[in-house]
Write a protein that binds this ligand. Structure first.
Ligand code: XCC
Length: 632
């Protein structure tokens, strides 16, 4: 193992210094980096930034100016902004949901003697019962296949709404019905969003925002939720486990395989083969001490919480991982993968391996993996990485010595189990959220914030994630995280149990008694659906609706369409949501008045856009003080 400092906490300045040293390597090898491309792309187009540019038909492109307040068809600024916003949401909903669909196919292909197995049969049976699928006396794979098929039908069923909506409190379900945002078939919501935004269809702000919420709901309470639930069935429901984070998890003595993307179907197989004695022996034959799989982005979250695979970095660290010069292979599935990784890898010995027909990129080696050939292909991928080990350029190796401990894997099931541990076995509160509710009612905890989402070069990378988390936990606000926000926390050491030392008195006590970190890792982006279940369970056990819980969502550094889809379903679920980046809506005053104002009348929550650390912190705290817990 290389010499690495195992610090408890790492400052953002130290991470930035590491990035600067890697940029020196980039210059040495003539590589292009995102930092340079940001310079080339700024200043950004003002019309695009405000959302008042329309290229939906070929009469344009049209853009709104004081002299030209309408496009050629007569669409005004709010119509353009609303249509763009809905298309953005639909893109995100389609992407998450298609990931969920793939997991349904993997579940359908699972078998006793195949590559994919049912790992959590109890969870499978729970879902089957919820969906009125017979479980008594049936083979577990028969149940799996029927559940998978029923899940696939959720994408295109002609009638009815998403099955998982029933998990929400009844009052919430009624609100969705009255607001006309209950999602029907997932593909229908995406398709209708595209239809509504076609030339000559909707330009009325309220209709466009309502459909944005509905399309988002088809993601969070449909496709994403199936992605999460069936991944648990296949690969195991996460339980707390220890891992490491930051660039120091790369090891110069081992074959380093980086798994990156979102869908765990490929990375699960890569992890499996990298642990096989046959592959480890091969790695030793080429002079390595072993095989080191590490993750980037949400694939990292998936394998960290189920196998303790270390987290090398998040979205804006993906180029850094290659710049260390020790990445034998970067194996990607879908989403959030820079096309830049192809040309960048060519400056090193790194093999950039794409595996999905959905994410094909120039300068990559394409090894297509599907649910029937995954084992065989994963073995080839691991062998390719091993054979590449001797090809490293020794003169460009630079692994920043940063490495932290992280405790990950807090599924809803695990959170309840942790809470059970402090209830002295009072049967009536076992497997409930009541111990947590009591902490909030008594003022030991002030509330919870879900911090999620990406990095975005518009925000100093990881700064808002990390500093906001620190301020919140110091004020007795527990934080739950997913996605790249989770990796930001891990890289800084905030997901270690030692982070309780940074907490206020109340949260410190809770962390000590329950033996948890103050920043709880709930998984990848699709796992924000876990947060929806958590919020629903809290509300049901408390006997209130979700907006009455002192809980807000925050995506301070987001960049993707998926994050906007998430924002829509989180708000629709009744959770106020803070965004650090404007979703290209500032040119549409009526659209902004809806999203940041009156959607609250429909669903009990809305958006705030702000990226000032102090203002964000005090606004979240004010939001909690306006919720009067004592009267509940
Ligand atoms: Fe992608 Fe999920 Fe964003 Fe990270 S957080 S940059 S979407 S990997 Ni969802």
């Amino acid at each position: 193992m290389s010499e690495v400092n195992n610090e408890i906490f790492i400052k953002i300045e130290d991470m930035e210094a590491a990035t600067l040293s890697l940029l020196e390597t980039a210059e040495k090898v003539g590589a292009d980096t995102y930092q340079q491309r940001v310079k080339n792309q700024t200043p950004h187009c003002k019309f695009g930034s405000e959302g008042v540019c329309c290229r939906i038909c070929t009469m344009g492109p049209c853009r709104i100016t004081p002299k030209a307040p309408r496009g050629i068809c007569g669409c005004d600024a709010d119509g353009m902004v609303g249509r763009n916003y809905l298309r953005f949401t639909a893109g995100g909903a389609a992407t998450h949901s298609d990931h969920g669909r793939n997991i349904c196919h993997v579940l359908y292909a699972s078998s006793e003697d195949g590559d994919y197995h049912v790992t959590d049969p109890e969870k499978l049976k729970r879902i089957a019962k919820e969906w009125d699928i017979e479980t008594e006396g049936r083979d577990i794979y028969d149940i799996a296949h029927e559940v998978a098929l029923t899940g696939l039908e959720e994408y295109g069923k002609p009638f009815g709404v998403q099955r998982f909506l029933k998990r929400a409190p009844e009052v919430r379900q009624q609100i969705w019905k009255e607001a006309q945002i209950e999602p029907r078939a997932i593909d229908r919501e995406v398709s209708q969003s595209m239809h509504m935004t076609h030339m000559g269809c909707s330009s009325e702000p309220e209709a466009l925002v309502r459909q944005s919420l509905r399309a988002g709901m088809s993601d969070g309470w449909g496709g994403s939720m199936m992605g999460t639930e069936f991944s648990d069935v296949l690969f195991g429901t996460p339980v707390p486990c220890d891992t490491y984070a930051n660039l120091g998890v790369l090891d110069k003595d081992q074959v380093n395989i980086i798994v990156h993307g979102h869908d765990p179907a490929v990375s699960e197989m890569v992890v499996f083969y990298s642990e096989s004695p046959e592959m480890i022996a091969k790695a030793k034959e080429v002079g390595a001490t072993g095989i080191n799989v590490v993750g980037v982005c949400c694939t990292s979250n998936e394998v960290a919480m189920r196998h303790g695979i270390p987290m090398a970095g998040n979205f804006l660290s993906q180029e850094n991982v290659v710049l260390t010069g020790v990445a034998e292979a970067v194996v990607v599935d879908v989403q959030c993968i820079f096309p830049a990784l192809g040309p960048l890898s060519k400056c090193f010995h790194t093999k950039f391996i794409t595996t999905s027909p959905i994410a094909q990129m120039p300068d990559s080696e394409y090894i297509e993996v599907d649910e029937y050939n995954a084992g065989e292909k994963a073995k080839i991928i691991v062998e390719t990485a091993i054979n590449n080990f001797p090809n490293r350029r020794q003169d460009v190796i630079n692994i920043p010595q940063l490495k932290t401990k992280a405790n990950v894997g807090y599924s809803v099931e695990s959170i309840k189990k942790c809470l059970d541990g402090v209830t002295n076995s009072h049967v009536d509160v076992l497997n409930t959220m009541i111990p947590l509710i009591d902490c909030v009612k008594s003022g030991v905890l002030r509330g919870a914030v879900a911090i999620v989402g990406c990095n975005n070069p518009k925000i100093r990378p990881d700064y808002l994630h990390i500093e906001l988390m620190k301020k919140l936990i110091a004020n007795d606000i527990i934080v739950v995280v997913t996605g790249c926000a989770a990796q930001a926390a891990a890289k800084a050491g905030l997901m270690s149990k030692e982070a309780k030392d940074l907490c206020g008195e109340g949260l410190e006590r809770v962390c000590r008694l329950v033996d948890i970190p103050p920043v709880l890792h709930m998984g990848s982006c699709v796992d924000i659906s876990r947060m929806m279940i958590l919020a629903s369970d809290i509300a049901k056990d408390w006997g209130i609706d979700i907006p009455q819980i002192p809980l807000v969502g925050c995506a301070p550094e987001y960049m993707s369409e998926k994050a906007v889809s998430i924002g829509n379903y989180v708000v629709a679920t009744g959770i106020d949501t803070y965004l650090g980046v404007n979703p290209y809506t500032s040119g549409g005053p009526q659209i902004e008045a809806l999203l940041q104002g009156s959607v609250k009348d429909w669903v009990g929550a809305n958006f705030t856009v702000n990226n000032d650390l102090d203002e964000l912190t005090s606004s979240i705290q004010m939001c909690f003080s306006s919720i009067c817990i004592c009267s509940m």
